[in-house]
Design a binder for this molecule. Structure first.
Ligand SMILES: Cc1ncc(COP(=O)(O)O)c(C=O)c1O
Length: 463
């Protein structure tokens, strides 16, 4: 007779079996999947919704991972990749060029702010950040400032996982397993105005960058990297004037300003790029994800004419390359995606609906567990607190119970994909496809309200 365990095994799908046996999932406690906890296997998507292997529908209020901006299931975008693969499946940007990468670079230059006219392609966001840091260092070396190597990022910010990008990342728990990380990365306070760091007031936050540069020695600092709106910690928007002041500081100290827009570009904030929202022009933009709406993996660094100049008009060559940077299939997909974002008024959809999105989410402030609703565009976070009438915060252990022990699973069971995260304080992050509107906002709130109510009661009961 088969044991209970064997019976459970035979009832599991072959995909579950294979995933458990062979797939190494990212940032996942793989041992947590047992007979009661299936690996969520998503098999198809359509618009704002995805379906699992049992055919159950979910509202994808995270755009997979802040990246399927145009929505799921676009045959035309897939077709653009297939057509390109037939003509030229692959060629490289190492010494050679090909039409899809050339045309895409020109299109991006046209959309980017200021004189950011030169595009270095990568396969994703970490590689873009890694490339920008290397470019900043080499730029200073070839322009006579060989000691300018240090990079300043912000606390709790996520800039990726490859060793260089990981060093810029300001989340200790992601770094300690891999130490030593790349040296020369430093952090300043982020723009968490819900809990202002170290007694600062919001108008002083940008100046912490100048203080750090002075402390490190202006001749040693190559770049500052920050997101237009910081994701990790939960959609920290910049206070009024913040970006202008950081730009001023970078100019004053000849430090390159890198705007990490792996999430924030391509309409997420209701603009093509963050600089249009907050009125600044960086020296470098790093981006990925929404560039193709993630129908193909791609990222890039967009460089200003000033930064590109020594490499274009001088003798220097950027000593860096990635086999798949500017992959023709990904480039064709990106072009089709950008065409669709433009011709279908997708960014205008965000602008038209963003206030409604915010006001719907703000109704959740009625719940004692929701301490703050913050963000902009289609990029929001709800911060969860034990009691919003006090300054109390959940402990790490309480966060674990609340987020991974309850919320993540319960929201998913109720058909909502979002992210319950505590890389800073515990937050629920929402970042729906840019084609979503009032119907999806209502659905998000109608699932969040009872689940968060239950979560609040559960945490109260635990004490
Ligand atoms: C701001 C930022 N930079 C870099 C990265 C790393 O991108 P990737 O996961 O494509 O390597 C991310 C990923 O979410 C990000 O949000």
């Amino acid at each position: 007779m088969a044991s209970t365990e064997e019976l459970a095994r035979t009832e599991r799908s072959t995909l579950q079996e294979m995933a458990r046996r062979h797939l190494w999932m990212h940032f996942t406690k793989m041992g947590s999947y047992d007979d009661e906890h299936e690996i969520p296997i998503i098999t198809r998507g359509e618009g704002c919704y995805v379906y699992d292997e049992h055919g159950k529908r979910y509202l994808d209020a995270l755009s997979a991972l802040f990246c399927v901006n145009i929505g799921h299931g676009r045959a035309d975008i897939a077709q653009a990749g297939a057509d390109q693969a037939k003509d030229l499946g692959f060629y490289t940007n190492w010494t050679y060029a090909h039409p899809p990468a050339i045309e895409l670079a020109a299109r991006i230059a046209d959309l980017a702010p200021g004189d950011l006219n030169r595009v270095f392609f990568t396969s994703g966001g970490s590689e873009a950040v890694e490339s920008a840091i290397k470019l900043a260092r080499q730029y200073h070396k070839v322009t006579g400032n060989p000691n300018k190597t240090k990079v300043i990022a912000r606390e709790i910010a996520y800039h990726g996982t490859t060793l260089g990008a990981l060093s810029a990342t300001g989340i200790a728990s992601l770094k300690t397993p891999f130490e030593p990380t790349t040296p020369g990365m430093y952090h300043v306070p982020n723009t968490n105005t819900f809990r202002l760091p170290r007694g600062l007031d919001a108008t002083q936050l940008a100046d912490t960058v100048a203080e750090k540069i002075e402390f490190l020695g202006p001749d040693t600092v190559a770049a500052v990297i920050m997101e237009p709106v910081q994701n990790a910690g939960g959609s920290f928007v910049p206070p009024e004037g913040y970006w202008q002041r950081v730009r001023e500081i970078c100019n004053e100290y000849n430090v390159l300003l890198i705007s990490d827009e792996v999430i924030c570009a391509w309409g997420r904030l209701g603009e093509w790029f963050g600089g249009f929202k907050y009125d600044y022009v960086p020296d470098l933009i790093t981006t990925a994800k929404g560039i193709t709406s993630s129908y193909a993996p791609m990222g890039c660094v967009i460089a200003s004419d000033r930064v590109a100049d020594p490499f274009v008009n001088g003798d220097a060559s950027f000593m860096h390359g990635l086999t798949f940077g500017g992959h023709p299939v990904a480039s064709a997909v990106a072009m089709a995606n950008i065409d669709a974002l433009e011709s279908e008024g997708v960014i205008e959809n965000v602008r038209a609906n963003q206030d409604l999105f915010r006001s719907k989410l703000e109704t959740l402030l009625e719940l004692p567990i929701v301490g703050d609703v913050r963000g902009t565009g289609y990029f929001y976070a709800l911060e969860l607190v034990p009691d919003k009438n006090s300054d109390a915060q959940f402990t790490d252990e309480q966060s674990e119970v609340l987020l991974r022990g309850f919320l993540s699973g319960e929201l998913y069971r109720n058909g909502l994909i979002c992210r319950a995260d505590d890389r800073g304080d515990p937050v629920v992050q929402l970042s729906p496809p840019l084609i979503s509107g009032p119907e999806q906002f209502d659905e998000i709130v109608s699932i969040l309200r009872p689940v968060l109510t239950q979560a609040g009661e559960m945490m109260q009961a635990r004490g």
